[in-house]
Design a protein around this ligand. Structure first.
Ligand code: PRP
Length: 176
């Protein structure tokens, strides 16, 4: 596999995360506590930076879903790997995702959460591959649109590598 080349710099990510946090804080001002639900594993770094810049009361929860096999081969199905520990009835939910690719994961998650009767559900994603969408899904707060390339870093991996990079880079997977 090639070494990553920079697609979105650390400075650009940090600037955009600050903007998103300000926008979210403004939109939810006076709404009471929001529940950030981060989708593991990829969203953990984005969540850490975003949540620390919010100025509204928030709690943090995690779910784990999986849509990819090892490497870059898409399995097609979304699998719930880890559920919430508590109910979310009556809560304002903000789902935090690192990347929206086909849209299947976020769509599955939104539909699942809606059955639990929250007060509201919105979505925040750092990057979106718009050309790859197979399922229509609304992203209320979006960091960046990116082309259809394999991205790593800032939480995103290729076969568990490169998650801790401070920037988002592009690699060419071995199996493409
Ligand atoms: C990635 C990413 C999203 C999902 C998006 O997770 O974190 O959850 O894929 O793809 P989709 O829009 O095509 O559904 P992945 O399954 O790679 O797991 P990970 O976050 O644990 O690496």
């Amino acid at each position: 596999m090639s070494e990553p080349t920079v697609l979105i710099s650390e400075a650009d990510i940090q600037r955009r995360v600050t903007e998103l946090a300000a926008q979210i804080s403004g939109d939810y001002a006076g709404a009471g506590e929001i529940t950030l639900i981060a989708v593991l594993k990829g969203a953990f770094i984005f969540l850490a930076d975003l949540s620390r810049r919010l100025t509204v009361p928030r709690r943090i929860e995690f779910m784990a879903l999986s849509s990819y096999e090892e490497g870059s081969v898409h399995s097609g199905a979304v699998r719930l790997v880890m559920d919430l520990r508590e109910g979310v009835e009556g809560r304002h939910i903000l789902v935090v995702e690192d990347i929206v690719d086909t849209g299947r994961t976020l769509h599955y998650l939104i539909e699942l959460l809606k059955t639990r009767e929250p007060a509201s559900v919105r979505t925040c994603a750092l990057v979106r591959k718009k050309d790859r969408h197979e399922v229509e899904v609304d992203i209320d707060y979006l960091g960046f649109d990116i082309p259809d390339v394999w991205v790593v870093g800032y939480g995103l991996d290729y076969a568990e590598r490169h998650r801790a990079l401070p920037y988002i880079g592009v690699v060419e997977p071995d199996d493409q």
